[in-house]
Design a protein around this ligand. Structure first.
Ligand SMILES: *Cc1c(COP(=O)(O)O)cnc(C)c1O
Length: 404
């Protein structure tokens, strides 16, 4: 059970006012808010441990290194990776995807196919398009239906021995759809394709078990799960990470350097060139601790309650249409009100202290699919309440009166 009063007290930002009104933060799918425990971990790092890692003989450097590597172990346990060196710290989901896409440059040839789902974030489309341009492989799109669910029959027919890579998101950021990833991974493996799952939108709600999923690559960002921006992780199976070439060259990722030849460091350092976001990595661990203390089952049950409550209330507004009505959904509602541009709704809601996202949510192909310029997206976290949803619905009715 979520003790909502206690949870809300953990988030100092929820006490502030916006435009003279108490903040109602419904833009959690873009970035989540930060609990005091995580803020304190940042303060503690810079107050006590700040030093560069893996290099110094002095105490601070060793302590910072220990904390950073402990965070890696924590993340290994959280995602149930077999080895801690399968956890690569990145600057976020986008970085992780680019790292893998770049690494596959040498493995793809003309005639090879890579499959992407129709409901991807731009960061899980563009790096692969760039990869296909470099290699001559072709990009094929797994279609979705009007509910916002992938067409699994079509996907089954698309798979062949030409398929080398399949990549898709665990949860769609624009629609909230939870994709049947275990089934997708199994099917892709039957034809020998590698699979990358973009977990940025899933990890705030679900605890993925990478060994049970048997996924080859899983990427995510800390800032959508109560952590700081600018840090994330790439999980990769050891055999893949050993095969992939380094992404960036620099310090930290080398074993020996001469002008004639450089040898690379072992995993995970081979993929961690330069001084990393040390504080970010450590604090990512603190964010995962915070969420695990609440419990992911508690989090997703509570958020599901909010989703059902808000969906019912919103559908009572005449002319309101929800995009993304998959059976399996996280607490994201994308919608439009007939005759009103989403941006205008977002602007009026902001005046009332309510933060939502408007636009294409970095998923333009989804908007093209529905033939709309964008949507209003309300995304709920475990610290939101039904009372906030009531205020939101009232505000929407007011906005509708003003705009029509
Ligand atoms: C947010 C998000 C991304 C991008 O994450 P960054 O932290 O901006 O790199 C990618 N995919 C999905 C599904 C997302 O929700």
């Amino acid at each position: 059970m979520i003790d909502i009063e206690k949870v809300r007290a953990d988030f100092p930002i929820l006490k502030r006012q916006v435009n003279g009104k108490p903040l109602i933060y419904f833009d959690n799918a873009a970035t989540s808010q930060t609990p005091q425990q995580v803020i304190e971990a940042i303060v503690e790092y810079y107050s006590k441990y700040n030093a560069n890692i893996h290099r110094g003989v002095h105490a601070l450097s060793q302590e910072a290194t220990d904390l950073y590597e402990q965070a890696r172990l924590k993340l290994q346990r959280h995602f149930n990776a077999e080895h801690s060196h399968e956890i690569i710290f990145t600057s976020g989901t986008t970085h992780g995807i680019n790292l893998v896409a770049n690494g596959f440059s040498g493995f793809l040839n003309e005639g090879d196919e890579v499959l992407v789902s129709a409901m991807e974030h731009h960061s899980n489309i563009v790096p692969w398009q760039m990869l296909c341009e470099r290699t001559g492989a072709s990009l094929k799109v797994i279609p979705m239906n009007l509910e916002g669910e992938l067409e699994m029959n079509v996907f089954a027919e698309m798979l062949s021995e030409r398929t080398k890579l399949v990549f898709f998101n665990h949860v769609s950021n624009a629609l909230g759809t939870i994709n049947p990833i275990k089934h997708i991974i199994e099917s892709a493996h039957k034809v020998g394709a590698a699979v990358l799952v973009d977990g940025a939108q899933a990890c705030p709600h679900i605890k993925p078990n990478v060994q049970e999923l048997d996924v080859d690559f899983y990427v995510t960002s800390a800032h959508k799960m109560c952590g700081p921006t600018g840090v994330g992780l790439l999980y990769g199976k050891e055999k893949w990470l050993q095969k992939l070439p380094p992404y960036q060259g620099g310090g930290e990722m080398i074993s020996e350097v001469t002008f004639e030849k450089t040898t690379y460091a072992d995993l995970p350092h081979k993929f961690e060139a330069g001084t990393p976001n040390i504080c970010g990595g450590i604090v990512f661990g603190a964010a995962v601790d915070y969420m695990n203390a609440l419990g992911f089952a508690n989090i997703s049950n509570y958020e599901h309650e909010l989703l059902v409550y808000a969906t019912e209330a919103l559908l009572k507004i005449e002319g309101l249409k929800i995009y993304g009505t998959a059976k399996e959904k996280t607490s994201v509602i994308s919608f439009n009100i007939e005759g009103i541009h989403p941006y205008d709704i977002g602007t009026i809601l902001d005046k009332m202290g309510i933060a939502v996202r408007t636009g294409h949510h970095c998923a333009q192909p989804i908007m093209d699919f529905y033939g709309i310029p964008g949507t209003v997206r309300a995304s709920f976290a475990f610290y939101n309440t039904k009372v906030e949803i009531d205020t939101f619905v009232m505000a929407l009715n007011k906005a509708k009166m003003m705009l029509i």
